[in-house]
Ligand binder design. Sequence first.
Ligand code: TUI
Length: 314
Amino acid sequence: MKTRVTELLGIEYPVIQGGMAWVAEYHLAAAVSEAGGFGIIGAGGAGADFVRDQIRRCRELTDKPFGLNIMLMNPEADEIARVAVEEGVKAVTTGAGNPGKYVAMWKDAGIRIIPVVASVAMARMMERAGADAVVAEGMESGGHIGQTTTFALVPQVADAVGIPVIAAGGIADGRGLAAAFMLGAEAVQMGTRFVTAKEAVVHPNYKAKIIAARDIDSEVTGMSHGHPVRQLRNVMTREYLKLEKAGAPFEELEQLTLGALRKAVVEGDTVNGTLMAGQIAGLVKREESCGEIIRDVAEGGMKLLREAGMAFCN
Ligand code: TUI
């Protein structure tokens, strides 16, 4: 399947793996790229040396292109931005901020620049700054989110910019891909479905929680202080939301979440850990290989799109 995004990234299928902090380590990224999608190492809150090592290890596992996600609130974001250049990743995606100050450096290095945006204004700004594509991420997503749904955001971003749009948020199967394409996207980015991938080095307790989740099992914390984060409901989110409702200061709330993502991913603490996941978790039913996931989404989606001139239109 050929779109401007598959051409831009040199990949077979228009399926991109989200650069999830802690979860998107090199085993997962390499497996996704090997399967014909686009794997991404998530720098999250890690240091620059750790990220460099992840990139090198990924390269040992695959000759195919892969990317790096830089979470811009990371205190070492400047150093990590340089690591991307020094190690020569194919593409950089960014989250939770404006990557404008790095664009010239990445362009000079021939790196594809794909900011994750949650609004039309940000998408326009990124196109003007020189981005090659944008990920339009709806609030159905897990982790740090904006305010607009994928269904509303993707067509508005697609109308506002000329560069290709990648849809994210609430997509986990071929139906999601087909719908995203109808809204104007030329690829999809998925996070939640890849958390349960066989190759994802994620504690089995976390994978089991996603597999057991229903449509209504995620909760958004941190709305009151401007850092909304979607995750599965547990003891920690209940406590957090109780304190947040009572007007607890940001610092007190922060204490609850400090190191909590690591607790979930590495230690399997599903009680006090942050189980970031999107609203589509209810659709994720089993652990599968990245190859199975990518073929299901891409081939399932293409079949639907081919058959789209069907029933309703007669
Ligand atoms: O970045 C994400 N998702 C994330 S980052 C993350 S790490 C984290 N851990 C704990 C607490 C907080 C973060 C977990 N999930 N998605 C991409 C994304 N970017 N969503 C929304 C945005 C965004 C928001 C505001 C992008 C730009 C923006 O504008 C900032 C500006 O400077 O105008």
